[in-house]
Design a protein around this ligand. Structure first.
Ligand SMILES: [Cu+2]
Length: 170
């Protein structure tokens, strides 16, 4: 009786070992497959006009120059990588028409709190995202305007001095 139990136990642990070994191999295969998939996805993103820009708690955009092709669809995704709330360190991406005075627009925007710091009925904006706080992501799609340079900014009060850049349409 004792012997039988021992044998059964031995068989059982062998089976467990085999099962575990098999599982581990499967996991590894899956992992490398996922890695490959990620790489191809990011390459595809580079080829299309999809721009990812991030803002932080130090009032900084990680990109101060964006290049796109005229007439193409552009998708700008804004990520807030900080820890501060939207009311303290809110960020947005606002693309201005050519010839719009940056400081003048920012002053108008600063008092438009109820409209996420976008002046109501403004004719100065080509496209803008919503206002986001820590950990949030937002995006906006638009057709790239005629070739030239365009200013973009974060219109949260006081941010434009640091959070601005150029969209260059080629
Ligand atoms: Cu901001």
């Amino acid at each position: 009786m004792k012997t039988a139990k021992y044998v059964l136990g031995a068989i059982f642990s062998c089976a467990v070992l085999i099962a575990c070994g098999g599982k581990e191999e499967k996991k590894k295969e899956g992992f490398s497959y996922e890695n490959k998939k990620d790489t191809s996805t990011s390459t595809a993103t580079k080829d299309s006009n999809e721009i990812v820009i991030s803002g932080n708690d130090l009032m900084q955009f990680d990109k101060t120059e964006i290049r796109v092709k005229a007439g193409q669809k552009v998708k700008v995704t804004l990520r807030h990588k900080g820890k501060l709330d939207v009311n303290v360190m809110g960020h947005n991406f606002v693309l201005l028409k050519q010839g719009v005075d940056l400081a003048g627009f920012a002053a108008e925007a600063a008092v438009a709190k109820d409209n996420e710091y976008i002046p109501e009925k403004t004719k100065d904006v080509i496209a803008h995202t919503s206002l986001i706080g820590a950990g949030q992501t937002t995006s906006v799609e638009f057709v790239a305007p005629a070739a030239g340079e365009y200013d973009y900014l974060c219109s949260f009060p006081g941010h434009y001095a640091m959070m601005k850049g150029k969209l260059i349409v080629e």
